[in-house]
Design a protein around this ligand. Sequence first.
Ligand SMILES: NC(=O)c1ccc[n+]([C@@H]2O[C@H](COP(=O)([O-])OP(=O)(O)OC[C@H]3O[C@@H](n4cnc5c(N)ncnc54)[C@H](O)[C@@H]3O)[C@@H](O)[C@H]2O)c1
Ligand SMILES: [Zn+2]
Length: 374
Amino acid sequence: MKPHTLKIAIPGAASSYDILSGNGILSGAGAWARKCLGRDTQRLAIFSNPTVNDLYGDMLTKSLRSAGFSVTTFLMRDGERYKTLRTVEAALAKFADEGIKRGDAVIALGGGVVGDTAGFAAACHLRGVRFLQVPTTLLAMLDSSVGGKTGVNGPGGKNTIGAFHQPAGVLIDTATLATLPERELNAGFYEAVKHAMLAGGEVLANTRHALDSREPKRLLTMIRSGVEFKAAIVAGDEREDSKKRDSHSRKVLNLGHTFAHALEKVTNYRKFLHGEAVGYGLLYAAEISKSLDLIDKNDINLLYDVARGVGSLPPLASIDPQEVIEAFRFDKKTHAGSLEMVLLKGIGKPVIVAADKIPQNTHAAAFRRLLEMQ
Ligand SMILES: NC(=O)c1ccc[n+]([C@@H]2O[C@H](COP(=O)([O-])OP(=O)(O)OC[C@H]3O[C@@H](n4cnc5c(N)ncnc54)[C@H](O)[C@@H]3O)[C@@H](O)[C@H]2O)c1
Ligand SMILES: [Zn+2]
């Protein structure tokens, strides 16, 4: 499949940018970066972790040097627990040491943890230098590398410190997924299922196709349609306007995430990968939608069918439902007292519902249904 460029233009943002996707295109990253950044950029800081850098750092460095950039590398430790201000501080010290100037740029090579942290460090350095995203997990390709949300975890919880900072370009090379552990790939698939449930139509068809056979061509088609869908939503509501509640609001991208965040929190971010928690969150949102008579049986069955196609999720049995439901309240605090849940009126028909419209026993019943399915 030929490389493909999707153009993203966000009204009001400083510039538009391209998302280049293909299979085996990382070796051409130098020319791509030059196109994104222009002739005058001299220095690039690759921001990665040792796992990904060992696999792809040399290829990227070589390609960037051949396009005339001088390159330095900052490595953060591998893992969500290092997505912190302390890591950002270390990166900023390195950028200063290496003389990264306003016209230079940061290039994130890795999954969502690297991308979010690198983007935020780029937003802070000299009040903002440009950054490029080279996502290497399915989750990052489909989701975190597009949309401009950057940040780290703080005392208030996950992603509570951050900035909107759009990348100057995104390069998605599906060949890098060949080394991704299967569990991580499956976790990414749940975010694809989320897009499929929100968008329906072609996005759903492409996701089912990729789940049937996970060959690069099908993965690429799924990623392109998911990214296109997300980009269109982001373009209409870059900063997730708290007053917007329609089906095009950026909030709809949180489908499955209220429950997912609660599940991650009560298990100290150890038992579930984010995407796995989202997997449960999608089923939970479906159950609540069913209880409120929003969605019909055929659509529910379809959702379950697609989610099952991803594979099995780590068991829920050891988790106290009450604790998870309590954890919603924490989410409420971070949302200024007006917690909302994204539900489905059908596949491709998200709806935003105020959480206080959902009775407590509906939550408890939905949780019980998930436990019964184990
Ligand atoms: N900014 C956003 O809009 C947004 C959206 C969704 C998620 N996120 C964030 O993304 C993060 C999760 O990202 P993730 O799921 O990519 O996890 P991750 O970045 O931790 O990567 C998962 C693991 O895979 C390894 N890895 C990455 N690429 C690899 C490759 N090609 N081959 C082998 N190993 C590889 C990583 O080193 C890591 O150990 C969370 O912090 C979440 O908050 C952000
Ligand atoms: Zn997510």
